[in-house]
Design a binder for this molecule. Structure first.
Ligand code: PFF
Length: 455
């Protein structure tokens, strides 16, 4: 069984696939806003420190669990703990969380597809700017179009996963990641040359040290976790496709750097345009489906061709970024069904399509016909997001760090970190990693958890 498992083709393939998972909506609609609101350049420094000290060790821990166990995320915990009942049960969380996220992540992917089509038909750039906001409301509540778009987006995502690790996921990431970087640089070039864009650049860069409160640290850590796809089984699953010869410190650092770079580029691509149009920046769906389209609609009057092209490129960027992330979410469940239930890849993909498609339809309809259905005051969509991002993700991340720091023997962790002592630099850095994963990371995760609830 172990020999038949697929593998990524090499270091670049690993970094591109993992960066594909990491770079997503989090980089585009949350990071730029957080930077602007929490101290500009000062926040970026905190973010880099949080990533180096906490997220990177957790990332490495996930890759290790995957590579060492050489199996899907659920069985990884069972195998490495020698079938301990607690970890056998816990492992199921790693399958549940990404599957739940894929349900609503693909709904947003569907919206991007809808906006991409509107940009291609020029209806977006010809719209009176004051109608843009209302149009978003009527689009998402219109029931069948967003549902259809969600199913198309999910269908293509699952189609890539069905192609397999090497000829599906790896091939797709090898093309799409470089394309993503080119696209975001093109949009950035358009954005920073608009009249009035300087305000947006200042918004991102002004270092405001007074903003650096304990809360800022917790926000930076939370964002860094989400952005690096931690606590969701995705990196454990991708880790299981990494060869024993690979230096996991180098691949993990490469992924973290690409993710940060893309987030910063996204900030400079979006905020200057938003400021140039004279509107307040925000975060979340409002930023990419209301504020940015407003910019395109406004600029459409004076620069119709350039605005239309940029709108098309912008929504294409979002579709591709969301898709490479969604692929990693779906692959978690697929690898589980293949290895635990003995399904073929095709059949496992079909099951994931039906499950995520079905629940995703409910999430999508919660903006329209099902808007009256609420749990604890939240719509179905918000409930999925809240439970996954604020509770399950952090719970899972805590279990990962406790597992590597306290359950796995130190010898095993050393062996994975240094490839059996062969990597000199990793050998020297091991005590630092060990301290961070054993002591710093668990405390940090607990702090983020309580900050989310109490502050
Ligand atoms: N990292 C993705 C983002 O920043 O949008 C979100 C994500 C994708 C989280 C895949 C988890 C995951 F497994």
């Amino acid at each position: 069984m172990a020999d038949k498992r697929e593998k990524f083709g090499g270091r670049l393939a690993v970094i591109l696939a993992m960066a594909g998972s990491a770079i997503g909506l989090g980089n585009i609609w949350r990071f730029p806003y957080m930077v602007g609101e929490h101290g500009g350049a000062a926040f970026v420094i905190v973010y880099v420190i949080a990533t180096l000290l906490i997220s990177l060790p957790v990332f490495l821990a996930e890759v290790m669990i995957g590579r060492r166990s050489h199996t899907n995320a659920r069985d990884a915990f069972a195998r490495l703990s020698r079938q301990h009942p607690f970890w056998k049960t816990t492992g199921y969380l790693t399958i549940l969380i990404p599957t739940l996220i894929a349900c609503y992540y693909s709904v947003i992917g569907g919206w991007s597809l809808g906006y991409f089509i509107q940009s291609c038909s020029l209806s977006l750039t010809r719209m009176p700017p004051e109608n843009v906001s209302r149009q978003f409301g009527s689009f998402v509540s219109s029931a069948w179009i967003p549902v259809a778009m969600h199913l198309v987006f999910l269908g293509v995502t699952v189609g890539v996963v069905a192609g397999g690790v090497k000829s599906g996921i790896e091939k797709f990431s090898k093309v799409s990641l470089p394309v993503l970087f080119v696209l975001i640089v093109l949009i950035l070039a358009y954005s920073v040359t608009l009249p009035g864009a300087g305000e947006g650049v200042r918004y991102l860069l002004h270092p405001d040290w007074s903003e650096l409160t304990p809360r800022t640290f917790a926000y930076a850590m939370g964002q860094s976790f989400y952005s690096l796809s931690l606590g969701m089984g995705a990196i454990i699953t991708y880790g299981s496709y990494v060869s024993k010869k690979e230096n996991i410190l180098a691949t993990s650092a490469g992924t973290a750097v690409s993710d940060l770079l893309f987030a910063i580029l996204a900030g400079f691509a979006i905020m200057p345009a938003v400021f140039a149009a004279g509107i307040e920046p925000g975060a979340g769906p409002g930023l990419i489906f209301q504020s940015v389209p407003y910019v395109f609609a406004r600029m459409g009057a004076t620069m119709p061709v350039l605005s239309a092209i940029t709108a098309i490129l912008f929504f294409l960027t979002i579709i591709v970024a969301a898709m490479t992330s969604c692929i990693s979410l779906v692959e978690v469940g697929v690898s589980f069904l293949m290895e635990r239930k003995g399904m073929t890849r095709g059949r496992a993909c079909l099951v994931l399509f039906l499950v995520c498609g079905g629940f995703g339809v409910l999430c999508s309809l919660s903006f329209g016909p099902l808007s009256g259905v609420t749990v604890a005051g939240m719509s179905i969509f918000d409930l999925f997001d809240w439970v996954c991002s604020n509770i399950l993700l952090l719970l899972m991340a805590l279990l990962v760090v406790l597992f590597v720091g306290w359950i796995l023997p130190r010898r095993v962790v050393y062996d994975e970190f240094t490839n059996g002592g062969r990597l000199r630099l990793n050998h020297l850095l091991f005590p630092v990693f060990w301290f961070l994963i054993k002591w710093v990371a668990p405390v940090a995760v607990v702090i983020i958890f309580f900050t989310n609830f109490i502050l």
